[in-house]
Design a protein around this ligand. Structure first.
Ligand SMILES: NC(=O)c1ccc[n+]([C@@H]2O[C@H](COP(=O)([O-])OP(=O)(O)OC[C@H]3O[C@@H](n4cnc5c(N)ncnc54)[C@H](O)[C@@H]3O)[C@@H](O)[C@H]2O)c1
Length: 373
């Protein structure tokens, strides 16, 4: 198979879809790997590191797309590159279609086989390709939130851990999954008083067992969230319903009750956000003021620490790339349920049920959709 790796061109996105170790393995397996010139530089990987292991450097993104049967990238293909995509071509990346219906419509029209990292699901119901980026984003959420709390950033001027004689900040984490538990641990390590809220009682039991003493757990319901965020200095939005839009947990009314200069870091913004009135921001302009609250909604948080994130991501994605390259998309989907779960659309049809209602259609079985791909 020919596998192509275009350079990411989203603003402040420095990750890359394959590292040299992966390219070496694919080449040894008998595949060709095309890398767009400079694709690895943001992650400190020069072109020579790819060519030394058998990768081929290609000058233009258009040529990567034209020749590749499978495109392995990090973020969704940007609109400027949609014209290079073709029917039946596999694209493996973060799509987050639930927050981006125009992208879904475009991929359907082009009949691209869209394999979304964020919906690949293992046999235990976990999301193994979202996990590493959620670990990064959860940890980053606290450092970004701590920065936003500083006065020059329009924050309340509160130090997360406090100091002897002055109380630490209150941090509320909405959603106790991978992002939430990583955020809670880092915030607790800095000395903050942390509350994790989730709707999954078993998860709360587990977190109550493993978290440090300055982390408490609470069932997430409307009243509990309203009361917790009103007292919070920092709220971290980390709730997810698999494949669907994030639930709105912080309403306008709740934002009005928060203290001026409090901060919301809405990590779930890539799935539409947990906060009413939210909109995506970038690393260049990460915050805006929402009812007196500092709102942070960067959709590609891990992109800023690409030296860590590229390796964390490709450690998880590579076995799937290798399997798809080995068996072809159709066989891999039929033989391997986690890959089938990743396929959101193929042959112009939606295959992931949670997305079907977004484009007012019915999801079709993957085998049927792939026949038309
Ligand atoms: N912005 C970024 O750069 C970035 C990076 C990584 C992940 N993310 C996003 O962060 C979000 C969380 O990811 P994750 O890996 O932690 O997911 P996860 O599935 O591990 O955890 C989500 C948690 O939310 C809980 N939940 C669902 N509905 C809830 C509700 N109403 N109230 C409280 N909790 C609720 C679930 O029970 C679950 O424990 C996702 O949207 C993911 O795409 C964003």
């Amino acid at each position: 198979m020919v596998i192509g790796v275009p350079k990411e061109i989203m603003e402040y996105e420095y990750r890359v879809g394959l590292v040299p170790a992966g390219v070496k393995q694919l080449v040894e397996d008998g595949h060709r790997v095309l890398i767009e010139k400079g694709a690895g530089l943001g992650s400190n990987i020069p072109d020579g590191a790819y060519t030394r292991v058998g990768g081929e450097i290609v000058q233009r993104a258009a040529d990567v797309y034209r020749r590749a049967e499978l495109v392995a990238r990090v973020k969704e293909p940007p609109e400027s590159q949609w014209r290079y995509l073709r029917s039946g071509q596999g694209v493996f990346c973060f799509f987050h279609f639930a927050a981006n219906p125009p992208l879904l419509k475009a991929m359907l029209k082009l009949k691209v086989t869209s394999i979304a990292y964020e919906t690949v699901e293992d046999f235990e119901g976990r999301l193994p390709l979202l996990t590493p980026m959620s670990e990064v984003a959860g940890r980053m959420a606290v450092q970004e939130g701590a920065k936003c709390l500083e006065r020059p950033m329009e924050g309340r001027g509160i130090l997360l851990g406090g100091v002897p004689g002055v109380s630490p900040a209150r941090v509320v984490v909405l959603g106790g999954g991978v992002v939430g538990s990583n955020a809670a641990r880092v915030a607790a390590g800095l000395g903050a008083r942390v509350v994790i809220m989730d709707i999954n009682l078993d998860r709360l039991r587990y977190l109550a067992d493993v978290m440090p003493a300055n982390v408490s757990t609470e069932m997430s319901d409307w009243l509990a969230v309203e009361s917790a965020v009103a007292q919070a200095d920092l709220v971290i939005g980390a709730a997810l319903r698999h494949g669907a839009r994030a639930p709105i947990l912080v309403t306008h009314r709740m934002l009005k009750k928060m203290r001026k200069g409090s901060v919301v870091v809405d990590v779930a913004i890539d799935q539409g956000g947990c906060t009413e009135g939210s909109r995506p921001t970038t690393h260049g302009h990460p915050t805006f003021c929402l009812n007196g609250v500092v709102y942070y909604g960067v959709t590609n948080m891990p992109g800023a620490v690409a030296g860590t994130s590229t390796y964390a991501l490709t450690n998880a994605t590579f076995p799937y790339v290798r399997r798809i390259a080995e068996e072809g998309i159709k066989e891999a989907a039929v033989n391997h349920r986690p890959i089938a779960m990743g396929i959101n659309a193929a042959g112009g049809r939606v295959t992931y049920p949670a997305l079907a209602e977004i484009v007012k259609t019915r999801a079709v079985p993957i085998e049927a959709a792939l026949k038309g791909a």
